[in-house]
Design a protein. Structure first.
Length: 109
């Protein structure tokens, strides 16, 4: 059964992959999305089945992975930062809505 939280995260994952496909003007597979997502992170394997499970709402991205992405790409306009922030906000709304953690995407220069 998919609860509202997982459903929201599954939408974020699917939408991000589709937007990436549009930007790159090619179909980005779940496997390619996983590889691109963890690019630049050390020893963080991510399988196609993980991405599939996220998109189907069976599982959600691990919070540690999302924090690692946010820290790695903080201060950039990289799509991985936005993805991590959206997923973390969906997973931990109280943390973000109460101002405990605040991320801002830098303005375009």
């Amino acid at each position: 059964m998919i609860d509202n939280e997982n459903h929201k995260i599954s939408t974020i994952v699917r939408t991000t992959r589709m937007q990436l496909s549009a930007v790159l003007d090619k179909n980005v597979t779940q496997e390619q999305f996983g590889e691109m997502l963890v690019e630049g992170l050390v020893n963080v394997p991510l399988s196609r089945t993980s991405v599939s499970s996220w998109e189907n709402g069976k599982y959600e991205p691990d919070s540690d992975l999302l924090w690692a992405l946010a820290v790695r790409h903080y201060g950039t306009r990289d799509w991985r930062l936005l993805f991590a922030m959206q997923c973390l906000r969906a997973k931990l709304p109280d943390v973000f809505d109460n101002g405990i953690v605040e991320f801002r995407i830098p303005a375009a220069s």
